[in-house]
Design a protein around this ligand. Structure first.
Ligand SMILES: Nc1ncnc2c1ncn2[C@@H]1O[C@H](COP(=O)(O)OP(=O)(O)OP(=O)(O)O)[C@@H](O)[C@H]1O
Ligand SMILES: [Mg+2]
Length: 440
């Protein structure tokens, strides 16, 4: 029995288990756009990254400035389109191939999670088609209006009263159930992102939420098994993904990031955003040291200012500007995690990705506020990344290349998608794809 007969469609074209494939990824951030082209080659499972079925070899790369994007959302379509074209052009040139379709990340649109439960009657033994039937039933449950479903992942199966079953096939049951983790984001944010990419005559193969793909690239399998949270702190957004028992069980996010720190510095020191950014990365710190009051930093004047020579401020002054904002963001992360399944994983650790996590002293401050061990996450198991792209800010882009290896877990109800196209606007469960563009 094919999944299609139950109205289920896979999230994206499945990766053939024994064949190589070339895939392209596009991470459109608030400050930067990263485009990667890679060859995925089948490989046997390895120790640290057991769930990866393919090795990733980078063929093409670009890292360019983002334009027309604010807090991860498209705010200027023409500007964003030009920036995306440029990013894709550069990656195409280095890869010497033409990109037609891309996997794209989304960090805006307040990602959030719902856990949905569905069940079906079974005549005896649970067979493959019952698994498809119960997934189809799960995917017909509705989510809030105005939100698009980005992920729908079965996280637990049950037969009669028995829960926690990984592979139910062959078991005897009357009632067969599934718990699904459904990640949604504001439909407008997803739609505009697709629109910007499609205006470049490129098609979107799938949209994945940033913290999930950051986790796919930066998390070791053992960490996911033991319980972990990945926090991607970018320029305009901070997003998180919680893993328990090896499964992605929760996502959340809000629109604050490193750019807010830069703006605080620009205001506090009366300097330009450009200089504030430079001062932050060169001298920024969230830890106070004994010499900080005497250690002076030059601050260039903004254009039009009366000052003709740079003023000097102490390191302590700079820290006093940066720290409250970083604390505010991390306290929000702490509160969001406390209201998530991560609260029941007291030994779970936090893996931080995104450029804002590179701030000096970040790990100590985050560990203190979150009350957990924290490490910085970088792309794992990706060969051929340029030196400058091996850091935390590239975890999302690299994770988009891991995503095709796990996308087969996800299924969407294509019949509801069709109904939506015909004009149903209430609560819906819908696939990001053709219909998203057509139905608004
Ligand atoms: N060494 C550093 N110290 C402090 N901050 C840094 C450092 N390097 C980068 N950042 C900050 O990281 C942010 C950029 O991070 P990143 O590239 O992950 O964001 P993005 O993907 O463009 O944005 P978003 O994901 O929020 O849409 C900027 O605010 C930048 O100032
Ligand atoms: Mg980002």
């Amino acid at each position: 029995m094919s999944p299609l007969q139950y109205g289920l469609t896979p999230k994206m074209r499945p990766l053939a288990p024994r064949r190589s494939a070339v895939v392209a990824a596009l991470d459109i951030g608030t400050s930067k756009i990263v485009c990667l082209v890679a060859r995925l080659r089948p490989r046997p499972p390895q120790d640290v990254l057991r769930r990866r079925t393919h090795a990733i070899q980078i063929l093409g790369f670009s890292h360019t400035e983002a334009r027309g994007i604010k807090a991860g959302r498209i705010t200027g379509l023409a500007e964003a389109e030009a920036a995306i074209r440029n990013a894709v052009d550069v990656a195409e040139r280095t890869a010497r191939c033409q990109i037609e379709a891309l996997i794209v990340s989304l960090s805006a649109g307040r990602p959030s999670s719902e856990l949905l439960a569905a069940s079906v009657e079974v005549p005896g033994e649970v067979r493959d088609n019952d698994v498809v039937r119960v997934l189809a039933a799960g995917s017909r449950l509705s989510v809030r209006a105005g939100r698009a479903v980005l992920h729908s992942i079965p996280i637990d199966y049950g037969v009669d009263a028995e829960r926690g079953i990984r592979d139910p096939r062959g078991m005897l049951a009357r009632q067969f159930s599934v718990d699904m983790h459904v990640v949604t984001a504001e439909a407008a944010a997803a739609r505009n992102l697709m629109l910007a990419v499609e205006r470049c005559h490129l098609s979107v193969e799938a949209i994945a939420v940033s913290p999930y793909v950051a986790a796919l690239s930066a998390l070791a399998d053992d960490e996911a098994d033991l319980g972990a949270a990945v926090i991607d702190m970018g320029a305009g957004t901070t997003t998180m993904a919680v893993f328990a028992g090896g499964r992605f069980v929760h996502a959340d996010g809000f629109a604050l990031g490193g750019r807010h720190v830069t703006m605080d510095i620009a205001r506090g020191l009366s300097t330009s955003l450009h200089d504030a950014e430079r001062i932050k990365t060169l001298y920024g710190n969230v830890l106070t040291g004994a010499m900080d009051d005497r250690d002076m930093i030059p601050v260039p004047a903004v254009a039009g200012d009366d000052r003709d020579s740079p003023q000097f401020v102490s390191r302590a002054t700079l820290t006093r500007i940066i720290k409250p904002r970083m604390e505010e963001i991390l306290e929000l992360v702490r509160d969001r995690l406390a209201a998530s399944p991560f609260a029941s994983e007291p030994r779970g650790r936090v893996i931080a990705t995104g450029g804002a996590s590179e701030l000096t002293g970040f790990v100590d401050l985050a560990a203190r506020i979150l009350g957990r061990p924290v490490r910085i996450g970088r792309p794992l198991g990706v060969s051929g990344l340029p030196e400058g792209a091996k850091g935390a800010a590239f975890a999302v882009a690299a994770g988009l290349l891991v995503y095709p290896q796990v996308a087969h877990l996800e299924h969407f109800d294509s019949r509801l998608a069709l109904r939506l196209r015909a004009g149903h606007r209430g609560g819906y469960f819908a696939k990001v794809g053709q219909w998203l563009r057509e139905s608004f």
